[in-house]
Design a protein around this ligand. Structure first.
Ligand SMILES: Nc1nc2c(ncn2[C@@H]2O[C@H](COP(=O)(O)OP(=O)(O)OP(=O)(O)O)[C@@H](O)[C@H]2O)c(=O)[nH]1
Ligand SMILES: [Mg+2]
Length: 294
């Protein structure tokens, strides 16, 4: 399936809640009821209050035959362009971090699969908290034929990371993707462990660019934003992967994340399969939300 079709399908629910008010705006002159219904739909799609207010304000003040264009342009203004996104290139270490269950392990495999076309990839399973974590990654590693270092017996994530990075270097791998735990005994411990991993990379593997990428479950509504806000307060995050975009009606969440936190969404997870990871492109994203495509 074409990537854009996949994205369009994943944003199906988000798009359908905006469809009626947008159609109404095209057909008729702007009226209060239509604007109110568009406002409600934008808010319930998690587009965020700031962007929603700008859209409603502009629509109520502008005479236009093409209200959709106004909506489209305001949405685009609040999204990262390709220039705002860090590119994961050769000599990179990608730490996948995030709250438990948000999709770190699955995304590790999906990202490995995505980058494997142009790079020599290596995976490290540094989630030593969950007993099943290593087995889950081992399965992906076999399926992808991508090398993996993990240690189900260890309870020291940084030690596993160190071993993994050493092996990756020996193997001449150029991008290393690291799965981490979503939970330790406390949130504070988790943050301390993540900081330790960053120090380890900076001290022992300075020739690599480190990217910390946060996975956020797009289906949690306002909680997705709260999670991102909390995490980024404590830890430097370079980019976000929004997972589980398939099936949520709250697909607008990339907007308030960028608006409020200034962190670009780099990929969208649109399913449980390896190929279900889409590089973020603002134009395609907006088209899929507004339904201009297909
Ligand atoms: N539909 C859908 N499911 C997803 C997506 N990404 C992950 N999942 C599912 O979400 C569940 C949790 O994913 P994991 O990758 O294990 O999440 P995790 O963050 O590693 O979880 P912990 O290791 O417990 O912290 C699994 O059942 C995945 O198949 C996605 O983009 N779409
Ligand atoms: Mg995991």
């Amino acid at each position: 399936m074409k990537i854009r079709t996949k994205l369009f399908n994943a944003l199906n629910k988000t798009r359908s809640s905006l469809k009626e008010p947008l159609k109404g705006l095209k057909r008729k002159k702007l009226d209060e009821t239509l604007l109110l219904s568009l406002e409600e739909s934008l808010i319930s799609s998690d587009v965020g209050i700031v962007t929603t207010d700008m859209i409603i304000d502009k629509l109520s003040k502008t005479r236009t035959d093409n209200p959709e264009n106004i909506v489209k342009n305001i949405l685009l203004e609040h999204l990262p362009t390709q220039d705002d996104m860090p590119a994961i290139q050769s000599k990179s270490i990608v730490l996948l971090i995030g709250v438990n269950g948000t999709g770190k392990t699955t995304t590790t495999a999906k990202l490995a699969n995505y980058l494997n076309k142009d790079h020599k990839i290596f995976m490290v399973g540094a989630d030593t908290y969950r007993a099943a974590a290593a087995a889950q990654l081992e399965k992906w590693s076999e399926r992808l034929s991508i090398k993996l270092v993990c240690n189900a017996q260890s309870n020291d994530p940084s030690a596993v990371l160190f071993d993994g990075l050493k092996s990756a270097q020996k193997n001449n791998s150029d991008i290393i993707i690291v799965d981490t735990a979503g939970r330790l005994h406390t949130y504070k411990n988790l943050m301390a462990e993540l900081e330790k991993m960053v120090r380890l990379v900076n001290r022992h593997f300075p020739q690599f660019n480190l990217f910390s990428i946060l996975t956020i479950d797009a289906g949690l509504g306002q909680n997705s934003l709260i999670q991102a806000r909390e995490f980024t307060k404590m830890f430097k995050v370079d980019g976000i992967i929004l997972t589980k975009m398939d099936g949520t009606a709250r697909g607008g969440i990339a907007l308030p994340i960028y608006e409020e936190l200034g962190i670009p969404v780099l990929f969208l997870g649109v399913g449980e399969k390896l190929e279900d990871l889409i590089p973020f492109n603002a134009e395609d994203y907006v088209k899929s939300i507004l339904g201009e495509d297909e």
